[in-house]
Ligand binder design. Structure first.
Ligand code: UT7
Length: 323
């Protein structure tokens, strides 16, 4: 059986860091409230010349270098983003061009904060079917450009950044001892649209719009949805929380992460958290956290890594893989 193994990883941030203290100067908020309710201390904010494509390109190049391949070896580039630089063409084809790739195909996936999980699942399906050998999967966002910077209930929560992985085809035995992605689970439910959405778009307002969120309602659903798709991953692999070496969740809010880990009986020392440094980077969040954990040497070959996300739509999903 063909398995999709992560053969390279990388991440990139804009230059500018905006601290909670800095936000105190422009809106009615305070460092203590933001830390207590979310765990966030700072976020990166894109400046002039920094775009979703430029951040995605930088993360993508690092992932290709680590995998020891070039864009010549790629079959597809899949970019998860909810903040494309243009409505079209897709950010993925811009990155394809920046990487000098003129063969294969590149396209975007839109599932907001769950985007990377959806993109990774799509890439895994191509690889398992034999249609592709190497796929660059990128989560890249400039969420700062969707913010209403006068709305304290949202603008303190989000940040910009990008993470990327190269998925490569490896021959496995078809057992859970194989390296690579062992199971993926995707869900969505459009009836929750009003709880987290952008109030604009080409065919509605002909503007980009701003992110709007009923935070308390999102919070209420988050833990249940996250733990549901993780239970699905455990059932599909006949594994339990005890088999998880690293839990790398979507980084929206430390309270949601803590509550999910507690409900699943995953101890805090196995949870990768960077939301304090990055804020919620939407589709960027999981690959950034994964790349940072791998770069720091924490992830060891053969370990079980559990990824999950939940976001606008609602969309939610999990990926369970052996490093
Ligand atoms: O990927 C999924 C994306 N989204 C999420 O995961 C977000 C999920 N939700 C959350 O993380 C939390 O609901 C928030 C962090 C957004 C809010 O935390 P909360 O504990 O649910 O607070 P709340 O919305 O109930 O607001 C409590 C109070 C309110 O004041 P009153 O009505 O009690 O007087 C808010 O107006 O806090 C006020 N508030 C703020 N105060 C200072 C809201 N935003 C701020 C702020 N600074 N930035």
């Amino acid at each position: 059986m063909i398995r999709s193994v992560i053969s390279g990883f990388g991440h990139a941030f804009p230059k500018r860091i905006v601290t909670n203290k800095e936000l105190e100067e422009t809106i009615d908020t305070n460092d203590a409230w933001i830390i207590q309710r979310t765990g966030i201390k700072q976020r990166y904010v894109a400046g002039e010349g920094e775009t979703t494509a430029s951040l995605g390109e930088e993360a993508g190049r690092k992932a290709l270098d680590r995998a020891g391949i070039t864009s010549d070896d790629l079959d597809f580039i899949i970019v998860a983003t909810t903040t494309p630089d243009n409505t079209f063409p897709a950010t993925a084809v811009d990155i394809q061009n920046r990487l000098g790739m003129t063969h294969g195909a590149a396209f975007d996936v839109q599932a907001v904060c769950s985007g990377f999980i959806f993109a990774l699942t799509t890439a895994d399906t191509y690889i398992k079917s034999g249609m592709a050998k190497n796929i660059l999967v990128i989560g890249a966002e400039t969420m700062s450009r969707l913010m209403d910077w006068e709305d304290r209930t949202t603008c303190v929560l989000f940040g910009d950044g990008s993470g990327a992985v190269v998925l490569s085809a490896h021959q496995g035995d078809g057992t859970t001892a194989d390296r690579g992605i062992l199971t993926t689970h995707l869900r969505s439910d459009g009836s929750h649209k009003e709880k987290l959405y952008v109030d604009g778009g080409p065919s509605s307002t002909q503007t980009v719009g701003h992110l709007r969120m009923q935070g308390r309602d999102v919070f209420k659903h988050a833990v249940g949805m996250i733990t549901d798709v993780i239970e699905d991953a455990f059932e599909a692999t006949s594994m339990t929380a005890e088999d998880v070496d690293w839990f790398i969740p979507h980084q929206a809010n430390k309270r949601i992460i803590d509550a999910s880990a507690k409900k699943l009986n995953i101890p805090p020392e196995k949870v990768v958290i960077n939301v304090d440094q990055t804020g919620n980077t939407s589709a960027g969040s999981i690959p950034i956290a994964l790349s940072q954990a791998a770069e720091s040497g924490r992830l060891e070959k053969g370990q079980m890594i559990l990824l999950e996300a939940m976001g606008g739509g609602f969309t939610w999903g999990s990926v369970f893989l052996r490093w």
